[in-house]
Write a protein that binds this ligand. Structure first.
Ligand code: MN
Length: 258
């Protein structure tokens, strides 16, 4: 295995650094990206690595009503998300070796993408990876952060309410189109990894900056305009009603020291 992550560590070194307690089995976590070399056209492979087809939502379009409306969900998934995939595939038609790496690997290493298509891949493979991640952060069954993760949030941000405020602030202050994220940073050293709130413009992914997203919120107008029009704050508030905290915690557990 000779793939390297953004910090230049091999997967094996990264695992060593993170310690034996880290949970990896059966996850679609960042470290499984090294297996993406055999990526097929499937939405996700058996091991959970994202491919180049539109992944099915783990719930129906109406499942997140009244918080996220069915019409928005359907257009968002079948039109916007699909368009990112179609655009990326078109750009990669003459680059089968890049296609085979899979979307996450390209987003993690944009420097490996030829300059002529780099911006297109950043936007469109980025859009694909971000949306595939976003859908999995949502659920129709209300959840709360588990005790252990709640404690981590409180330790990192003051309290869960403080975390929500700071996250919402990042979502509101992102001018124009982009994303708010809860990420894990400092992965190069198990003792320094920590949670952080960031936002990105357009379809830029935290993965491109060596950060691992554990929760993301799409604040493009296409994500909320039909239902909320210009009221992004109402959309951000509604988001908390549909967050899949179990998934979020799992996302964090995959990369943080246990
Ligand atoms: Mn979107």
């Amino acid at each position: 295995m000779n793939s390297h992550n953004a910090t230049g560590m091999s997967r094996r070194d990264a695992l060593k650094t993170l310690g034996a307690g880290v949970v990896l089995a059966g996850t679609a976590g960042i470290f499984s990206r090294t297996q993406a070399a055999e990526a097929t056209g499937m939405a996700t492979r058996a091991d959970g690595v994202l491919g180049w087809e539109l992944p099915e939502l783990p719930y129906g379009y109406a499942a997140l009503e009244p918080h996220f409306d069915a019409r928005t969900m359907e257009i968002h998934h079948t039109k916007h998300h699909q368009a990112y995939i179609s655009n990326a595939r078109k750009l990669l038609e003459v680059h089968p070796e890049l296609l085979a790496k899979g979307p996450e690997a390209l987003v993690r290493d944009l420097a490996s993408v030829p300059e002529a298509i780099r911006t297109g891949i950043r936007n469109n493979a980025g859009g694909h990876v971000n949306h595939a991640f976003f859908w999995r952060c949502l659920t129709s069954s209300p959840t709360q952060p588990g005790a252990r993760f709640a404690e981590l949030l409180a330790k990192s941000f003051g309290s869960i309410d403080d975390f929500k405020k700071q996250f919402a602030d990042a979502a509101m202050k992102r001018f124009g189109s982009g994303w708010a994220w809860l990420v894990v940073t400092g992965l190069e050293n198990a003792s320094t990894n920590r949670l952080k709130i960031v936002s990105t413009a357009n379809q830029d992914s935290p993965l491109s900056e060596g950060m691992t997203p554990v929760l993301g919120l799409d604040v493009w107008e296409h994500a909320y305009y039909l239902h909320y029009q210009s009221r992004r704050a109402d959309y951000v508030n509604a988001f908390w009603e549909v967050v899949n905290w179990k998934q979020v915690e799992q996302n964090a557990n995959q990369v943080m020291r246990g």
